[in-house]
Design a protein around this ligand. Structure first.
Ligand SMILES: [Cu+2]
Length: 287
C-alpha cells in the first residue's frame, strides 16, 4: 500500500491532497520543504500501521465473536509472534529516528562559508536587522534596519543564497519566528549568539513575529520578511549602503507607495496620548 501510494505520486503530492495532514503547506526555504516531507512521510507510515492494526482489530471482532458458551482454544506464549511484535515497533522507531536525525541535522547545519550573514538584534519591543560583512561577533555591519513603533522593520533577503542568521538580544529572551520558514529560534541576551542557516526559495512577503512572551508589548514585535531575487537584493543593499533608508532602498528595487512599507502586518495602535495610557480623561494619581 505504501508502495502504491509512493509510486503513483510524490510525498508532496500526497501531502497536498490531504491538506498537509495538519502541517503548514507553502514553506519558503529548502529546510522547510525537508521538514514538510518528513512530516508527510511519517504520517503516511503511521497511517499504514494504523490501517493494518484497525484491520486486525475488526477481523478479530468478527471472526472470533462469541458463538456459544464453550471457551475458544486458549493460546499462550507464541514465541515467533512475540518476537515479531517486539522487533517490528523497534524497527519502525529506528527508521523514524533515522530520518528525523537526518532532517534535523540538515536544518541545524552551518556551512563553512555562508553566502551572507544577517544579525538579528531583538530588544523591548522591536527588531534591528544588521547586514554583516562576515559571520561572527567581530564582523562589521554594512547596513542596518531598525524598527520603530510607527514603522514595521523589513528584513529584505535574496532567494537561492545560504543565509546565516546570528541572533542576539539587548534585554530579555525573545524568539525570531517567520511561520512560512517553519522555523523559530530563541534570541538570548548576553554572549550567546544563536545561529542558523536557511536558503530561501520563494519570493514574497511574509509576516514575522516574536514567539517568546517577552513582556508587556510582546505583541508589538512584528516584522516583515521580504524575499526578492539576488539581483534585486544587491540593488537594495547598495541603496542602503549608500545611505538610503529601508523605504528608499525598497523604492530602488521597484516597490512604490505603501509597498515600501510592511503589507502583511501593521503597527499596533498603542493608544498612548499625552495625558493617559489608554483612557481619555484619565487623571494621573496624586493630581
Ligand atoms: Cu519579544
Amino acid at each position: 500500500m505504501l508502495l502504491a501510494l509512493l509510486s503513483g505520486c510524490s510525498v508532496a503530492g500526497v501531502g497536498s491532497a490531504f491538506g498537509g495532514f495538519g502541517w503548514p503547506e507553502g514553506g519558503i526555504s529548502l529546510q522547510a520543504h525537508k521538514m514538510y516531507d518528513l512530516w508527510i512521510a511519517s504520517t503516511i507510515a503511521a497511517l499504514v500501521v494504523g490501517v493494518f492494526v484497525w484491520g486486525l482489530i475488526f477481523w478479530c471482532v468478527i471472526r472470533y465473536r462469541k458463538r456459544g458458551d464453550t471457551l475458544p482454544v486458549q493460546t499462550r506464549f507464541n514465541m515467533p509472534l512475540e518476537v515479531l511484535y517486539t522487533v517490528t515497533p523497534v524497527l519502525i522507531v529506528a527508521v523514524l529516528f533515522y530520518y528525523t536525525a537526518i532532517v534535523q541535522t540538515d536544518v541545524d547545519k552551518l556551512s563553512a562559508k555562508p553566502d551572507m550573514t544577517v544579525e538579528v538584534v531583538a530588544f523591548k519591543w522591536n527588531w534591528q536587522f544588521n547586514y554583516r560583512d562576515a559571520p561572527g561577533a567581530e564582523a562589521k555591519t554594512v547596513a542596518s534596519t531598525l524598527g520603530s513603533t510607527d514603522v514595521i522593520p523589513l528584513l529584505v533577503l535574496p532567494t537561492g543564497k545560504k543565509i546565516r542568521f546570528e541572533e542576539t538580544s539587548r534585554d530579555v529572551i525573545h524568539s525570531f519566528w517567520v511561520p512560512e520558514m517553519l522555523f523559530k529560534r530563541d534570541v538570548f541576551p548576553g554572549n550567546v549568539r544563536n545561529t542558523f542557516e536557511v536558503t530561501l526559495d520563494k519570493e514574497g512577503r511574509y509576516v514575522g513575529r516574536c514567539a517568546e512572551l517577552c513582556g508587556t508589548y510582546h505583541a508589538f514585535m512584528q516584522f516583515e520578511l521580504v524575499v526578492v531575487s539576488p539581483a534585486e537584493f544587491d540593488q537594495f543593499l547598495a541603496a542602503k549602503v549608500a545611505g538610503g533608508s529601508t523605504q528608499d532602498a525598497m523604492g530602488a528595487i521597484g516597490f512604490t507607495g505603501d509597498e515600501r512599507f510592511a503589507i502583511t502586518t501593521q503597527p499596533f495602535d498603542s493608544r498612548r496620548t499625552g495625558q493617559s495610557w489608554n483612557q481619555s480623561g484619565a487623571v494621573a494619581a496624586g493630581k
